[in-house]
Design a protein around this ligand. Structure first.
Ligand code: ARG
Length: 435
């Protein structure tokens, strides 16, 4: 029997039931749903809206239901309309009238809004924990490779010498900003909508502050229409997660390039690579490619949320039931990707000789060569031109700036002396840049 059986003279069609049901998606919020109901029941008891006895009965039975779902002795009915309906139905079946009093002064609209915020608050904490572990690994690696010279690139062309440690530290910065974005969004989300009712609050003398505090919220939503229909936090979190994925995806793209024979800067551990079914020589960076691919999913989740919300009049509309699948998918995907990415980075083998060789062949000290002439008093534009001529000369002679004889330097510009060699030494170049 449906919650709204009084108004209706017919049972819903099976297709309507299945189509309407969100249990497959929202059952994962059972613990948050029950916690919210316990807070509500205790408040109702404290305010004398229901009896203290009913309030206690409800609390005790809800706690039992939560334990039973957790240990698997109570299975969530896949035919239930949603998790809220299921929990209330089990409660009422077990304790009768007291159970029927739980929903006094509440609606599923403020209930679901409360549940999602509670659930996502935990999800935020677990993703942040995973990002913190990744940053710790990146900091270790950045320290380990702080003297490993490699070419830095712009336009994917060898540009100036950097160290691998410095390159990795750039990603640590990016992920630290991600942590900041998640914590900002979490703080804005941590406000209780409970007590907003269906849309216009309630006539019962409820205590919104009490339920907010019991559930660990910082405060409660001021406007009840906004309380039930705000899903900004879902979009904000999906946006923050999209940026996490964009960062992971960029890093993965570099890992994939670095693993190629053309670069061979790193080798992934066998445990984090895959082979080919036909080509025996292959070792593929599938994890990195999949993470790069899954970025698209998370961007899609953000787009789903914004598009779903953009045309909705106030207040609650059933469209909003679609919020959970999108935002849960974004969290699931990011967690999965971080769980695979961090150990892949931790175990990757770096090939410093290949990095150094690429750095040496790339004339990436040409800027430093020009800077040497600047230190001798030549204007930068002239120095730049002289260094360019030297690069062309080296290419013609099959030499590098390091092994080009001094007389050749002098032919291009009289100001060169022995000091040019330490000035263009790659180790000195990165040191001078403070890497
Ligand atoms: N399953 C619904 C959701 O996820 C719960 C709220 C239903 N409210 C309603 N008035 N139909 O949005």
């Amino acid at each position: 029997m449906k919650l709204w059986a009084g108004r209706f003279s017919k049972e819903a069609d099976q297709i309507t039931n299945d189509f309407n049901s969100s249990i497959a998606v929202d059952s994962r919020m059972f613990a948050q749903d029950i916690d919210g109901s316990i807070a509500h029941a205790q408040m109702l008891g404290a305010k004398g809206i229901i009896s203290g006895e009913d309030s206690e009965k409800i609390t005790a039975e809800l706690q039992k239901i939560k334990n039973e779902i957790t240990d698997g002795s109570l299975t969530i009915d896949p035919d239930a309309e949603d998790i809220h309906t299921f929990v209330e139905a089990v409660l009422t079946e077990r304790i009768g009238d007291a159970g029927k009093r739980l929903h006094t002064g509440r609606s599923r609209n403020d209930q679901v809004a409360t549940d999602i915020r509670l659930y996502l608050r935990d999800e935020c904490d677990s993703v942040s924990g995973l990002i913190e572990s990744l940053i710790a690994v990146l900091k270790e690696k950045s320290e380990e490779y702080r003297n490993t010279v490699m070419p830095g690139y712009t336009h994917l062309q060898r540009a100036q010498p950097i160290t691998l440690g410095y390159h990795i530290a750039a990603y640590a910065e990016m992920f630290s900003r991600d942590l900041g974005r998640l914590s900002d969004a979490r703080a804005r989300m941590n406000v209780s909508p409970l007590g907003s009712g269906a849309l216009a609050g309630t006539t019962y003398p409820i205590d919104r502050d009490m339920t907010a505090k019991a559930l660990g919220f910082d405060s409660f939503t001021e406007n009840t229409l906004d309380g039930v229909s705000d899903r900004d936090f879902c979009a904000e979190l999906a946006a923050a997660l999209s940026i996490v994925m964009a960062h992971l995806s960029r890093f993965c793209e570099e890992i994939i390039l670095w693993c190629s024979w053309e670069f061979k800067f790193i080798e992934l551990d066998d445990a984090f690579s895959t082979g080919s079914s036909i080509m025996p020589q292959k070792k593929n960076p599938d994890i990195a490619e999949l993470i790069r691919g899954k970025a698209g999913r998370v961007f899609g989740d953000l787009s789903t949320l914004l598009t779903m919300m953009k045309g909705l009049p106030l207040a609650y509309n059933k469209d909003m039931q679609e919020d959970k699948e999108a935002v849960f998918d974004a969290f699931d995907t990011v967690k999965l990707c971080l769980q695979a990415f961090t150990p892949m980075i931790k175990t990757m083998k770096v090939l410093p000789d290949n990095m150094r060789k690429a750095a040496a062949e790339g004339f990436i000290n040409a800027t430093d060569c020009a800077d040497f002439l600047v230190s001798k008093g030549l204007p930068f534009r002239d120095a730049y031109k002289a260094a360019g001529e030297l690069v062309a000369l080296c290419i013609e002679k099959g030499l590098t700036l390091e092994n080009l004889p001094l007389e050749e330097y002098k032919k291009v510009c009289e100001l060169f002396d022995e000091g040019v060699y330490p000035a263009i030494d790659l180790n000195n170049c990165v040191k001078r840049r403070g890497m």
